[in-house]
Design a binder for this molecule. Structure first.
Ligand SMILES: [Zn+2]
Length: 69
């Protein structure tokens, strides 16, 4: 079994549904506040998925608050 580089490992708990916000968040290419703004513009997103993204945002914000250098 090959180990993937750190940062390239998908977190368990992710569903197969991934929008651009999830992708960017997973890569940490987007800050939670940018993602929130993007989420508001993503009107085509599923309600369920919006809730999922919001949960990820809360998690990302909590991580950002606790992993300050
Ligand atoms: Zn998504």
């Amino acid at each position: 079994m090959r180990r993937r580089a750190q940062g390239d490992t998908p977190k368990s708990g992710y569903t197969s549904v991934m929008c651009i916000i999830c992708v960017e968040l997973a890569k940490q290419a987007m800050t939670p506040s940018e993602a929130r703004r993007a989420l508001r513009e993503m009107t085509k997103l599923d309600k369920d998925h919006v809730a999922e993204v919001e949960a990820k945002l809360r998690q990302a914000e909590a991580d950002a608050a606790t992993t300050k250098p």
